[in-house]
Design a protein around this ligand. Structure first.
Ligand code: NAP
Ligand code: ZN
Length: 338
């Protein structure tokens, strides 16, 4: 099979289309003919060598958000058949630790994330698949696992309710757009930020209620204060956006954090926590039930994931560049059969 593999790591890391052995389905797993696999910021961290992937792993096939058609089924798989249209929840959990037994399984002590979707075939854990109805495009299905599931789980962690005001700094990428769309589905109000006026116009069309065009924390603070005190901040940027995300919250408001695009460090005023009863909640990925619910929203026509561009396997690096240089909007999707 052909696969887009990382062949060198670093800031100018390289991705090349190479030939690899076709995978065999192990017991409990299936081989999926990958029709679409979306690119997430974590794929960029991996290519940079900033987490997970090392020189000894090269050539390395990344890509977590697999959607496609089942090509072969391993022993012991009962509920998935050849020809089924499926989407993968890339969460890997052990099924044995106290978090797996008590739930939610995305808090597993041995948590990991599947990689291997940027190729024509992918061997995946059958228990992590959801069936995709014929009415749902596989490109749309590939958009949802990491970005939409993470945003949905963050919204659930904060118990966002209809009418709540939610601040989303950096709202034009994978997680950000997903958050804006899902907040609209549940009837919450959102404040979206970006450096790009054009991308903010697109977010307004997708249902955001307020936009602020800036990445400067003081301008963001003033912009949010002019709108009102948010009940919730959904923060995937980290760094200096952590303090402002906490400070602008209403009394007893909640900030859910899932990422560190800007930095892993931040300086917060802890009086916000004890005097104003605010809460900071960490969140990573989501549960199988979250992904199943998102597939239902797609099937019902309540949610149409925002797909920015699609890329042939040979052009996978272009999707990474679009995310890296911030020209991308919504999800960037590789189509390995193209
Ligand atoms: N824990 C989890 O389960 C989980 C899951 C998914 C993602 N994440 C993390 O969440 C983050 C977002 O992931 P993603 O795939 O949605 O990324 P993405 O698509 O690259 O996010 C793009 C957004 O981030 C903003 N942005 C990028 N660099 C910035 C900077 N230096 N300063 C200010 N804003 C900046 C962009 O703003 P402009 O509009 O101004 O360009 C845009 O709105 C990543 O750190 C990722 O690792 C974590
Ligand atoms: Zn576990």
């Amino acid at each position: 099979m052909r696969a887009a593999a990382y062949t060198s790591l670093g800031e100018s890391g390289t991705i090349e289309a190479i030939d690899l052995e076709d995978p065999d389905p192990e017991p409990g797993s299936v081989v999926v003919r990958v029709e679409a696999c979306s690119v997430n910021h974590r794929d960029l961290w991996n290519l940079e060598g900033a987490q997970g992937v090392g020189e000894s792993d090269l050539p390395y096939v990344g890509g977590s958000d697999v959607a496609g058609v089942v090509e072969a089924v391993g022993d012991g798989v009962n509920d998935i058949s050849t020809g089924d249209r499926v989407v993968l929840n890339p969460v890997k959990s052990c099924g044995k630790c106290r978090f797996c037994r008590d739930g939610p399984e995305n808090q597993c002590e041995n948590f990991g994330i599947y990689d291997g979707g940027f190729g024509e075939l992918a061997a995946v854990d059958s228990t992590r698949l959801e069936h995709v109805p014929n009415s749902v495009d596989l490109v749309d299905a590939a958009a949802i696992p990491i970005a939409y599931m993470t945003a949905y789980h963050m919204i659930r962690r904060a118990n966002v309710e209809p009418g709540d005001l939610v601040f989303v700094p950096g709202a034009t990428g994978g997680v950000g757009v997903a958050a804006i769309q899902l907040l609209d589905v549940i009837g919450a109000r959102s404040i979206a930020t970006s450096t790009s006026a054009e991308k903010l116009d697109r977010l307004t069309a997708l249902g955001t209620d307020h936009t602020i065009q800036s990445a400067d924390v003081e301008e963001l603070r003033e912009g949010v204060e002019a709108i009102g005190a948010p009940d919730v901040t959904l923060n995937h940027l980290g760094g200096k956006y952590t303090a402002v995300g906490l400070e602008v919250l209403d009394r007893a408001g909640k900030m859910v954090i899932c990422g560190r695009t800007v930095s892993r460090r931040s300086d917060i005023d802890i009086r916000d926590l004890y005097w104003d009863h605010k809460r900071v909640i960490g969140s990573t990925m989501g549960t199988q039930a979250d992904l199943a619910r998102l597939v239902e929203l797609l099937a019902d026509g309540q949610l149409e994931p925002e797909v920015g561009e699609t890329y042939a396997l040979e052009d996978t690096i272009e999707a990474f560049e679009a995310i890296g240089d911030r020209s991308a909007f919504g999800k960037q999707i590789v189509e390995p059969q193209e």
